[in-house]
Design a protein around this ligand. Structure first.
Ligand SMILES: [Zn+2]
Length: 459
């Protein structure tokens, strides 16, 4: 058999093990994994052979948490720049949040069209829900292949950020009941923070700011812990599978782990910024994000431990490419930071190269667990025969210094500015096509394909 590519001499990384092998790729799929002798025995010849000596080959990363155009960018350029940053950072699929105010179906169809014309990565969508009318559209959206829905506990009253709208707990509860009527992979994603506490703390600190006040003082851990406990209660009552986005505290990780033991279907996501940055590590205005970067290092340590003991399931980017212009001062700064291009290099440098996690964990939490949770396996998330050839080649020894001006996303700053990161992505392949090599895009925007994730109603 003549194949399109053989990637030879590499360390193949799966969640369970690492081994030296070659991988053969034809028509966008992985067709054989084995040593050179097996390739010869099987009569495999290739048009292109990539000698990847000394490099690690991983399944492409899948971002479960992307906001390409947050807060107010023009969608075409934002989609192009955010997904170009994604492939440069080792991401082959992104699941983007749609926060529109139209009907869900209209919003989905126009966003899908925009991604199909402009994205570098393959994509799926989560839809945010704010109203009773949108809850009625859930079964139809699941039919169209959008089966995950996001609810926000903390954007209400003075904390609403356009285009998000306020939603109360009763509406969230009714939304969970509707999703519970669907089979897998239907799931509710929840941003868990108690906003009533935030209102009071804002009142206390605004205009009366103590020295060194951080966003963590205004939205302390108790906000997240309370939100997570409430959602676990709702999940248990409704039977709706849930996914807690951007978990940032030790208690929340532990509560969810305990809930899993009690049979609640909950998945725990964290982000690389909560593993590596504290509230005082970066400019408190540019680094303003919800939930906040924490003041107490025990939370960071608990998140690393959570990855290792399996209580943290996935890493999301929460890529929300705010620029300096969106952050004039501490109180009026819009929350969010760009991060899709630096996520994997930070995880490789601070996690793998510092001995905190194995490279196998990276394949597990950045690819396999995301694909499994959101219904993308076996097409995505697996480095196996028959799966899409979505692959990245990683050099664990290459050091790159982060400079915002070198990053492709639309934001003009990075919270990791100046960090020397050891571990970088040399090559990104999607469906057997090299889309990025040594930081240079090799395909045109619009290479993307939409990945439907249909959830059927329960009988
Ligand atoms: Zn987010």
């Amino acid at each position: 058999m003549n194949v399109d590519y053989i990637i030879s001499n590499c360390q193949v990384v799966k969640p369970a093990n690492t081994f030296h092998a070659a991988v053969a790729i034809k028509n966008g799929k992985i067709v054989l994994i084995g040593d050179q002798a097996l390739m010869a025995e099987s009569g495999i010849t290739a048009k292109n052979v990539i000698d990847a000596e000394g490099k690690y080959l991983l399944p492409g990363c899948i971002d479960p948490h992307m906001h390409v155009d947050w807060p107010d960018w023009e969608t075409v350029s934002a989609t192009r720049s955010s997904t170009k940053a994604a492939v440069a950072g080792g991401y082959t699929t992104v699941i983007n949040f749609l926060n529109g105010t139209d009907t869900l179906e209209e919003n989905f169809l126009s966003s899908k069209d925009c991604f199909e014309k402009n994205s570098y990565t393959d994509m799926a969508f989560h839809m945010a829900i704010f109203t009773d009318e949108q809850i009625k559209e859930i079964p139809r959206m699941a039919e169209l292949g959008v089966s995950s829905f996001k609810f926000f506990l903390p954007y209400r009253g003075s904390e609403v950020v356009a285009p998000l709208k306020g939603i109360d707990d009763g509406t969230i509860y009714m939304g969970l009941k509707e999703i519970a009527k669907l089979n897998a992979p239907a799931r509710a994603l929840i941003h868990c923070e108690n906003v009533e506490l935030v209102f009071k703390l804002k009142e206390k600190y605004m205009g009366n700011e103590p020295e060194g006040l951080t966003w963590d003082d205004v939205r302390p851990p108790v906000c997240e812990i309370d939100g997570v406990r409430r959602i676990l209660t709702f999940s248990e009552d409704t039977g709706c599978p849930v996914y807690v986005v951007h978990t940032s505290t030790e208690e929340a990780v532990k509560d969810m782990q305990q809930a899993k033991g009690n049979g609640i279907d909950v998945r725990t996501e964290t982000c690389v910024q909560y593993l590596t940055l504290m509230a005082t590590d970066y400019d408190r205005t540019l680094g303003k994000v919800n939930p906040p970067l924490r003041m107490d290092k025990r939370h960071l340590n608990a998140l690393w431990d959570g990855i290792n003991n399996g209580s943290v399931d996935t890493i999301g980017s929460d890529h929300a490419p705010c620029a300096r212009k969106h952050k004039p001062d501490f109180w009026s700064a819009i929350v969010g930071m760009a991060g899709i291009q630096t996520l994997l290099p930070v995880l490789l440098s601070e996690g793998v190269n510092k001995g905190r996690i194995t490279i196998n964990k990276v394949a597990e939490i950045c690819s396999y667990n995301v694909a499994k949770t959101f219904g993308l396996t076996p097409q995505k998330g697996l480095l196996e025969i028959g799966s899409d050839a979505d692959l990245i080649l990683v050099d664990l020894n290459k050091t790159v210094t982060v400079k915002a001006e070198d990053l492709y996303h639309i934001s003009d700053f990075s919270c990791f500015e100046g960090w020397e990161l050891t571990g970088s992505v040399d090559m990104t392949m999607i469906r057997g096509e090299i889309v990025m090599q040594n930081g240079k895009a090799m395909v045109e925007p619009g290479y993307a394909r939409f990945l439907p994730r249909v959830a059927a109603p329960k009988e």
